[in-house]
Design a protein around this ligand. Structure first.
Ligand SMILES: Nc1ncnc2c1ncn2[C@@H]1O[C@H](COP(=O)(O)OP(=O)(O)OP(=O)(O)O)[C@@H](O)[C@H]1O
Ligand SMILES: [Mg+2]
Length: 275
């Protein structure tokens, strides 16, 4: 009898594959005499685990680029592949689901809803993911304790300092365990101390294998990046990698899926809370 010996099954570890690929991307506003281009023949490939900082003068297209990557806006022409799939072929409904599950947003002015307590603000992205309310609130509470805001759960945004509001906004951005974090000048409204705390949190999120794309006007923050891109007039002027692709933090799909399905209090969150 022929006995075939098969190698043991290996867990699927996905390392640093292209998570975003933009080819000949253009964003045009207006027609004829009023025509202008926020992005011009823009080409960029982003690997999983990169921490990219985007710099450049006001009006060069940074926010436009983040909005297109975050599926909040559409390019006029060109191709956008997200995890190898052309975004143009994805229905608006599925794009909304993808946005909720895969992408977390952080804005300069925090964008928290004043009428809702912090806990409800942080739980909001999970509505779109489809979790029941009790699970949503538990996950939001865990995310807030990660950022040392567990005592502020029932406060409203205006009752928090700018730094605390931005940490709550980061908790909201990561609560659904997205793969990509988009941050548009997240420290723009913060003093240097609050700014360092926020950057350290982003550093920790990056070290877990997440991909971060952040816009900043502050060159000092580029020390946190693995790649620094300077934009000018809707195109890339310079693109410098400070960490090689092999040395980017690794992430495994199985790990991230497991985390997504388990909204229970994590061990690390429990330990942090005891401190
Ligand atoms: N809705 C719009 N209609 C027309 N033009 C627009 C629109 N949105 C953006 N633009 C133009 O696109 C260009 C890029 O804008 P964008 O907001 O991306 O710049 P930015 O690099 O983020 O600037 P900042 O550093 O000031 O935030 C600008 O010239 C802007 O005027
Ligand atoms: Mg902008």
């Amino acid at each position: 009898m022929l006995i075939l010996s098969l190698p043991p099954k290996q867990p699927l570890i996905i390392m640093n594959e292209d998570i975003i690929k933009l080819t000949h991307l253009t964003k045009r506003y207006g027609y004829g005499d009023t025509e202008s281009f926020a992005l011009k023949d823009f080409n960029l490939t982003i690997k999983r685990g990169e921490f990219i900082m985007i710099m450049g003068p006001s009006g060069c297209g940074k926010t436009t680029l983040l909005n297109i990557i975050g599926l909040l806006d559409r390019a006029t022409s060109g191709e956008y592949l997200l995890n190898g799939e052309s975004v143009a072929n994805i229905s608006a409904r599925r794009q909304a689901r993808l946005r909720a599950k895969k992408i977390g947003f952080i804005f300069q002015n925090f964008n928290l809803i004043e009428d809702l307590p912090i806990l409800e603000n942080v739980a909001l992205p999970l509505v779109y993911v489809g979790y029941p309310r009790t699970v949503r609130l538990k996950s939001a509470s865990n995310a807030l304790s990660r950022f040392h805001l567990q005592e502020k759960e029932y406060y409203h945004p205006s009752q928090l300092s700018g730094g605390q509001q931005q940490r709550a906004a980061i908790a909201r951005a990561i609560v659904a365990d997205p793969e990509i974090i988009l941050a548009d000048e997240p420290t723009g409204n913060l003093d240097s101390r609050a700014s360092s705390i926020v950057m350290e949190e982003l550093k920790a999120i990056h070290a877990e294998g997440n991909t971060i794309i952040m816009v900043t006007h502050n060159p000092a923050l580029t020390t946190y990046a693995t790649r620094v891109i300077n934009m000018l007039d809707g195109s890339i002027a310079t693109d410098i990698k400070t960490v090689s692709d092999q040395n980017l933090p690794k992430s495994s799909t199985s790990k991230s899926k497991k985390r997504k399905k388990s909204p229970k209090t994590t061990k690390s969150a429990k330990t942090r809370r005891k401190k």
